[in-house]
Design a protein around this ligand. Structure first.
Ligand code: 2U9
Length: 344
């Protein structure tokens, strides 16, 4: 009996050590230590032993059972750690592999132009002011020296929402609102970028919605020469240090005198298709703020004077980047937009 148990132990320990995986090891456990296994069988037969032999035999069975259990446990630990090592090896990440390329976007050309203009004017001490796109007739027209029935209102065909509410036709109402907030005290030095709306038929050079930046400076002793110097700095920053500006007389109801501003063409005056042979390209409108506008916004026009200017970012971007159709800015064709990417 003793011999038989020893043999059983050797056999079980050997089989446990030889198990290839956890399932095989469990089969060994069930085969030797399970309810129907030989060790249990021996324990069951203990009743037949004499009172002398029983404790001796019991102790031996326990030793055998513990030895088998230990062999199984030791093997289990080694199989489990092998499994983890295998999994770690299989699932390891090669951090040296190159990543998948991420496609980077870039700012829209109109955003680039707007931010470039903002940067220039912020650098000259201006602040950026914004206002509503749905505007009151009063701020959009009336306060800008354009009373109801004024013929110049026809120059800007308007989307009316109600007789008193409209989609703003320029960003000038933002300047009016800002001046009113100043309650007659200068200086005011702002630029107002934003979307504006006109009842135009869309074509290569017109859009019913476009972007404008207007500037306004109100203070004591503000003169036309201040306007000219400011616009010269603008032209050189946007188009290059060799560019010049020229002012031509014009008319706007909200400025007096009013001018149209041309920048010299990059052909250097030789004449090309962009300047249509003239050597000059029209880029913006400007003038000295009309005394009526100053007074309506609460400023004493005998003390204060000011200049204002306005331009369309689309026109600036078309000239700067050589774009021949304003609709390219709104159709979002990636082949167009990607040409302005700063990440190529
Ligand atoms: C106030 C007083 C004066 C804004 C001005 C222009 C001249 C001008 C056009 C350029 C091309 C609009 O985008 S465009 O079609 N603008 O020529 N704008 S002076 O004058 C103001 C504005 C506000 C209180």
């Amino acid at each position: 009996m003793e011999e038989q148990l020893k043999q059983l132990q050797d056999e079980a320990v050997m089989k446990a050590a030889a198990a290839q995986d956890l399932k095989e090891l469990n089969d060994v456990r069930v085969a030797y230590l399970g309810k129907k296994g030989p060790v249990t069988e021996v324990l069951k037969g203990m009743g037949r032993l004499s009172a002398e032999e029983r404790p001796k035999m019991g102790a031996l069975v326990n030793v055998v059972r513990e030895a088998i259990t230990k062999a199984i446990e030791t093997k289990q630990v080694s199989l489990e750690s092998e499994a983890i090592q295998k999994q770690l090896a299989e699932e390891s990440i090669d951090v040296t592999l190159p990543g998948r390329p991420v496609k980077l976007g870039g700012p829209h050309p109109l955003t680039r132009v707007t931010e470039e203009i903002e940067d220039l004017f912020i650098g000259m001490g201006y602040t950026v002011a914004e206002g509503p796109e749905v505007e009151q007739d009063y701020y959009n027209f009336e306060a800008l020296n354009l009373p109801k029935g004024h013929p110049a209102r026809d120059m800007q065909d308007t989307f009316y929402l109600t007789p008193e509410l409209l989609m703003r036709t320029h960003t000038s109402p933002v300047q009016v609102r800002t001046m009113l907030k100043h309650e007659g005290k200068g200086p005011v030095k702002i630029i107002c970028p934003g979307k504006v709306y006109r009842r135009d038929s869309d074509d290569a050079t017109h859009s019913h919605q476009f972007n404008q930046i207007e500037g306004l400076v109100v203070g004591e002793n503000i003169r036309m020469s201040d306007l000219k110097g400011t616009l010269d700095a603008f032209a050189k920053k946007m188009f290059g240090p060799d560019r010049e500006i020229r002012l031509r007389p014009s008319f706007f109801p909200f400025t007096e005198p009013s001018v149209e501003v041309d920048v010299s063409c990059m052909c250097g005056g030789k004449g090309c298709s962009i300047c249509k042979g003239t050597g000059w390209i029209e880029v913006l409108g400007a003038g000295m703020v009309h005394p009526n506008v100053l007074e309506m916004a609460g400023f004493d026009s005998t003390v204060y004077s000011g200049f204002a200017f306005g331009m369309g970012q689309e026109r600036i971007a078309m000239l700067k980047y050589g774009v021949d159709d304003i609709r390219h800015f709104y159709t979002n064709d990636l082949r167009f937009l990607q040409q302005f990417s700063v990440h190529e």
